[in-house]
Design a protein around this ligand. Structure first.
Ligand code: ASP
Length: 446
């Protein structure tokens, strides 16, 4: 049994949904279908989820509110009529939308956000029926997807998995909306943005699928961001750990939270293209069949800040690191990396977490509690991850990477070689990121 998840662009229009249907039809093992909300049809289009978020934020009855409702109705009606489905379905969906908008409870926002996925699943299940498949819509509550009560950031609870396993007995095809589950008290709660990947992975783990296929709009995961390097090499196979490192630093093909459920049950994940389903795509597995010790991909992301603290004999001062991190914790800031030296520590955080007020408070507390010799805050940092399982055992990778950066005339602000042995991190200034990536790509892949 396979779980196939189709992303926003795969269900953005009636034509795309027809492609989805033929993919499902082509393989009778595709029994569990997880769908996103209709995404962008063209570059400047809007995702249905974004319109729904706009609707949630507007005053009921205002012009903006009415405009959003109108846009949503048009999107759904366009899809439904082009698929030759009944008007009754459109009416049912719009009635559901109006019920949600009238809700007074604090679940209203999450219910609105989830409306896109929910409608997609209802439309697609009806369309599959209309072409003769035994397909049924399955609500995440009935599927057994039980989550924590964290709106917009729900986490799956372990009791979900045995419930999901029971779905294996079902004969036909289930179409499940992605992106949300229900708390034990029955409250609809969404995952973080892009969370339909998470649903797919949860369902795959729950039913112990032989494969989790994640259909999107690219042929595979690329070795580097195709917006930076034209036509980069495709990656055939990746381990979960490699994918985790790449998606952390900007590879958005697969949600980083979606890896864990599949990884725990060792379910292979295939990244495939709805527009080109015969392409092999990329397989994410726990162990690679062929041992390559080299670099598999290079990821990069901007928007980091570093806080550098140094103090002579820091290495002998008990509790220095703990106190520094405690100061961050009190300000509700989570850290990303902490490269350290004998007498210094750098804490790297995502820039959006550090408001001016927080920065001032943090610096004052560090001065007061730790009495450092130096504190420096550096903004506009980019992080580059050179990723590959086992690369630490391969001689010359670091030398190759640093020489690529030297050749691009880039000043390396920081190097961090995580003990995970899966990646090597370089901090550079934002302005140097593109040329760094181009040069690293040349070195490792050209
Ligand atoms: N529709 C949701 C979003 O845009 C979830 C998803 O597509 O995976 O974030």
């Amino acid at each position: 049994m396979k779980v196939a998840k189709f992303g926003g662009s795969s269900v953005a229009s009636a034509d795309q949904i027809k492609k989805v249907a033929s993919i499902i039809k082509a393989d009778s093992d595709r029994k569990f279908i997880v769908v996103s909300a209709p995404g962008k049809r063209f570059a400047n289009d809007k995702k249905l989820t974004d319109i729904l978020i706009g609707l949630a934020g507007s005053t009921t009855g205002s012009q903006i509110f009415e405009d959003h409702v109108q846009t949503i109705a048009q999107r759904l009606s366009g899809i439904i009529s082009s698929l030759d489905l009944s008007d009754a379905l459109l009416e049912e969906l719009l009635q559901h939308l109006s019920t949600i908008t009238e809700m007074q409870s604090n679940t209203r926002n999450d219910c609105l956000k989830a409306f896109g996925e929910d409608s997609s699943a209802k439309i697609i299940s009806q369309y599959l029926q209309s072409i003769g498949l035994d397909a049924h819509y399955l609500n995440p509550r009935d599927a057994g997807i039980i989550v924590s009560d964290e709106p917009g950031n729900a986490q799956i609870l372990p009791e979900s998995f045995p419930k999901l396993y029971n779905l294996r007995n079902h004969k036909g095809i289930y179409v499940i909306p992605g992106f949300f589950g229900y708390t034990a008290e029955g409250k609809l709660t969404t995952f973080s943005r892009g969370g339909s990947d998470i649903t797919g992975s949860i369902v795959a783990a729950g039913i112990q699928a032989s494969l989790y296929e994640n259909f999107t709009d690219v042929n595979s995961v690329y070795t580097v961001n195709p917006n930076i390097v034209k036509d980069p090499l495709e990656i055939d196979q990746l381990t979960y750990r490699e994918m985790r490192e790449l998606s952390y630093a900007g590879f958005s093909v697969f949600h980083d939270e979606a890896l864990m459920p599949a990884f725990n049950k060792k379910i292979p994940v295939a990244i495939k293209n709805t527009n080109n389903p015969d392409q092999r795509g990329t397989m994410i597995v726990s162990e690679k069949s062929t041992k390559q010790n080299g670099v598999v991909g290079i990821a990069s992301d901007t928007g980091f800040i570093s806080i550098y603290v140094s103090k002579y004999l820091m290495n002998r001062q008990l509790g220095f690191g703990r106190k520094l991190l405690e100061i961050m914790e009190k300000e509700n800031i989570s850290f990303e990396h902490i490269p350290s030296g004998i007498d210094d520590l750098t804490v790297i955080i995502r820039a959006h977490q550090l408001t001016d007020n927080k920065e001032q408070r943090i610096l004052e507390q560090i001065k007061e509690e730790l009495q450092p010799d130096t504190i420096k805050v550096q903004r506009n940092l980019a992080v580059i991850m050179v990723v590959g399982e086992g690369m630490m055992n391969t001689i010359g990778i670091a030398q190759k990477a640093t020489s690529a950066l030297v050749e691009a005339n880039v000043n390396i602000v920081m190097i961090n070689q995580g003990s995970s042995e899966v990646s090597m991190m370089f901090g550079v200034e934002d302005k140097d990121m593109t040329k760094s990536i181009k040069s690293l790509y040349q070195k490792f892949f050209a």
